[in-house]
Design a protein. Structure first.
Ligand SMILES: [Zn+2]
Length: 311
């Protein structure tokens, strides 16, 4: 991330000025109406006064970046208000959202991971990391990050299979699910799609990922091509699943979510293709452009919406 450098315990903040993420329970304390979620202060405390469990997470634009928890029972003073992490995400500043998510996860880790889950002895820091090691039995642990896949299923007829859950109203999104032990992301995509909507997919293709600190996930985004089966909704997970064309999409998730970004990528022409399907398209493209005497290489580089999937 530009402007940000991670630091790990036992690093100490240098200088006198510092930037702070201050959390009131799960919410951030910000200046009234501020779009910027950071408070200023010294390396000892933010501008709002002392905080509990301060941690140094890195340097931002050369200044120490710290995070701390609001003191229990203290009132938020005039001139300040609280805002949720989701509201911060919705503002669209990806770097600040990611840093605030990082701060929230590390604060939660420091607060909750104090005793060994195996023998209940106190845990001690592992130098050079956020890890904790048991002082009695050597059990060690690091901040949890749970990977979950999220996948847009498309067919060859220009449709995408979207799903909705109870409580989502008219909004539809992508199939998603947690990676199980011993599973690759690609295997997880195939299994989750099969379990949740009953269809088969192939040509699973990575698109992008999004850190999702609710509470400590990373969403790993894919596209996959429908290969067969009728929709059979798992009603323990979903309220409905249906095919939609690009011109007939339902209400979608908000723009800052990876699900919406993948849907928009598909809406603008993105899909996965296996080699057998890709080569004829490339050959045709080369041939037609050669006939027109146009630089083939340059034209191929313009094909930024075709995914290449090795088999
Ligand atoms: Zn132990």
């Amino acid at each position: 991330m530009p402007g940000f450098r991670r630091l790990y315990p036992p690093a100490v903040a240098s200088g006198s000025r510092a930037l702070w993420f201050v959390f009131h329970d799960a919410d951030l304390v910000i200046r009234n109406g501020a779009a910027w979620p950071l408070l200023e202060g010294s390396t000892d405390a933010p501008e709002t006064g002392p905080v509990a469990t301060p941690i140094l997470i890195g340097e931002f634009d050369g200044l120490p970046l710290l995070a701390g928890a609001w003191l229990p029972g203290a009132l938020v003073p005039d001139g300040y208000e609280t805002t949720g992490l989701r509201a911060l995400f919705a503002r669209g500043d990806e770097q600040m959202s990611a840093l605030a998510g990082c701060a929230a996860q590390l604060l939660r880790w420091q607060r909750t991971m104090r005793f060994c889950p195996a023998c209940a002895s106190p845990l001690a820091p592992v130098s050079g990391s956020w890890g904790r090691r048991c002082t009695a039995c050597e059990y060690s642990a690091y901040p949890p990050i749970n990977p979950a896949i999220i996948v847009l299923i498309h067919d060859d007829a220009g449709r995408a299979l979207l799903t909705t859950r109870t409580g989502w109203g008219k909004r539809y999104s992508l199939v998603a699910g947690f990676v199980e032990p011993g599973e690759t992301f690609e295997q997880c995509v195939v299994r989750e799609v099969r379990e949740e909507v009953g269809v088969d997919v192939a040509d699973v293709c990575y698109v992008s990922s999004q850190a999702w600190p609710f509470p400590h996930q990373i969403m790993v985004g894919f596209m996959a091509r429908y290969t067969g089966g009728a929709i059979a909704v798992d009603h323990n997970e979903l309220a409905d699943a249906a095919w939609f064309t690009r011109n007939d999409l339902p209400e979608l998730p908000p723009p800052f979510t990876i699900s919406r970004r993948i849907i928009e990528l598909w809406r603008s022409g993105g899909q996965t293709l296996n080699v057998e399907r890709l080569l004829p398209i490339l050959r045709q493209h080369i041939f037609s452009r050669r006939a027109e005497g146009i630089d083939c290489q340059r034209r191929l580089e313009g094909l930024d919406r075709v995914w290449y999937v090795a088999r």
